[in-house]
Design a protein around this ligand. Sequence first.
Ligand code: SF4
Ligand code: SF4
Length: 355
Amino acid sequence: MPGSTRPNPEPVRRIAQSLDELEILWLTAGLGCDGDTIAMTGASLPSIEDILLGAIPGIPKVTLHNPVLASEVGDDFVRYFHLAAAGKISNFMLVVEGSIPNEKNKSEGYWAAFGVDAISGQPISTCEWIDRLAPRAWAVIAAGTCATYGGIHAIEGNPTGCMGLADYLGWDYRSKAGLPIVNVPGCPVHPDNFTETLLYILRFAAGHAPEIPLDDRLRPSWLFGATVHEGCDRGGYYEQGDFTDVYGSHKCIVKLGCWGPVVNCNVGKRGWMGGIGGCPNVGGICIGCTMPGFPDKFMPFMDQPPGSLLSSNAVMTYGRTIHALRRFTQGSLNKTPEWRRRQVEDHQADVDEPQ
Ligand code: SF4
Ligand code: SF4
């Protein structure tokens, strides 16, 4: 407040030191399909190229080490991870893709590994890499639902005992910058959700943004605060109780199994690539792929969600009545006003009158 004698209030959010450079070490060696890396190449708001080529002002210079996109192969590629683990890369962000197996649930072998130990000649497990890198990382992002919450690999009965990164490192983990793990779920991760989150953290790194706001599942709150349903193109049909039970219809597909009303995801609003697509918008039911309970709590996928039966039936009664009333009003609005018709009739009479 201008002129106030009160001391400045405590800042609500810390601003990190200003970084000029940041390396991104992207570990794709969790249990996964590399789909999050592939998805990220489709981002446009911003694109990964813009981030890496310095086209965006106010962020550190970024170097990406991702095995799918790197020009180096073999030991030349793994070298950066060894350097970071040895403390020889001062500021790096660790991105983890794929779920984290439980390497302690068996007597021999390993579930997932990356690179080879120079002395023992044995593969280095993914868990070992995370143990080495996470304590030194300036920030950590879990990309995709496998890395955030376990995803498909963590389905009940799987032998690997796999889990999300926060379950592995602990939900109270803090990086060198004091940040929690940042979870960007999605199967795969939404391209722009990932790069937008990355950009936010990079602006934080440069001292130009406050600490990233996260919800209690560590998701960026501005991206995952609303449901699919709240942004879905078909929401108007739902509200009028206009449901379809066939594929290819433009109406609401809740009866085909859409979980959108209870799923935190912005894809209905955002579309998929370049604003186009997005599961229910193009006729695909939402199967809840961004959610910690995915997939177990959403199966079988093609059945109507049990919780939605009650709400859909209620909406059907209310919505159809409202729809009928609207059609009545719409019929009236589709007619020109009475006074305008009289003017037309007067005009016609003038035209018809013999001169
Ligand atoms: S298709 Fe799914 S998300 Fe869209 S309005 Fe229907 S129930 Fe909601
Ligand atoms: S709309 Fe549903 S299925 Fe599609 S990305 Fe979002 S959570 Fe996943």
